[in-house]
Write a protein that binds this ligand. Structure first.
Ligand SMILES: [Fe+2]
Ligand SMILES: [Fe+2]
Length: 247
């Protein structure tokens, strides 16, 4: 016999409470610093309980074959900054590849890992975009710290506020900058930083759908869904999908 909608809701709630009985152990990197990673974890009430090995019911369920936009909708934090950057890039008449790079440049901050986010972000998208796009995303990490007046890019005032007036990028970043400066795709990356800096405006609302065509043309979605193909970064997308998975 078919369930009523109330029964269905109750069944769903029951399933969820069962799910929540799963033991969640956070990865060391999520808590390292808040706690000393060398210390053993406090003992858990694990009697009769299973460990989280898939979907965490506290998060919205992702479609079986998640797309890039599904990650924007269900896993990433607010995306106004990258949407505004991408729109600004479009308005400035840059190529679609650069618009895509602007749309994706901070996805690691939004959904994965903040420190070294340019490198992580590039690695996430590398199998699915033109090499020039991932190169530019990787190096925006570095170029942001160095002015280039010929593109009208100044050292961000906000960095003085955030990191102090005497902040100096580490030697490996300085070296990465010297190399990027000589690279044939320097300009592509520089244009991310140019369109990045002025992109914050709380009053401008940009919809993801504005970039459906650009993404469709320049982001090769795997047919199995992000995370379930066999690409070198599939596991990173799975980790964002299932961030509390025990193993
Ligand atoms: Fe960034
Ligand atoms: Fe940014």
């Amino acid at each position: 016999m078919a369930m009523t909608s109330l029964e269905r809701a109750e069944a769903a709630e029951h399933a969820m409470s069962q799910e929540l009985d799963r033991i969640v152990v956070k990865s060391v990197i999520y808590t390292s610093g808040d706690r000393d990673p060398r210390q053993p974890l406090p003992p858990q009430q694990s009697q009769g309980k299973l460990y989280m090995m898939g979907h965490d019911p506290r998060l919205p369920l992702m479609p079986e074959k998640p797309t890039l936009f599904d990650f924007f909708k269900y896993r990433f934090g607010p995306s106004a900054h990258v949407l505004q950057s991408a729109r600004l890039a479009k308005k400035n008449g840059v190529s679609e590849k650069i618009v895509l790079a602007c749309l994706l440049h901070d996805i690691s901050v939004m959904g994965f890992i903040r420190g070294d986010h340019g490198y992580w972000g590039a690695q996430l998208v590398e199998p699915y975009v033109d090499e020039e796009v991932s190169w530019a995303i990787r190096h925006h990490q570095v170029l942001r710290f160095f002015a280039d007046e010929s593109y009208g890019y100044k050292y961000p005032d906000s960095y003085v506020r955030l990191f102090g007036a005497d902040y100096q990028p580490e030697p490996h970043i300085q070296e990465a900058y010297r190399r990027a400066r000589e690279h044939k795709w320097y300009e592509t990356c520089r244009l991310i930083t140019v369109n990045d800096l002025y992109a914050f405006d709380p009053n401008v609302k940009v919809e993801l759908e504005e970039f459906t065509d650009v993404v469709g043309r320049h982001f090769k979605q795997p047919k199995e869904g992000l995370g379930f193909d066999q690409s070198p970064s599939a596991h990173m997308w799975r980790t964002m999908n299932h961030p509390t998975k025990y193993l």
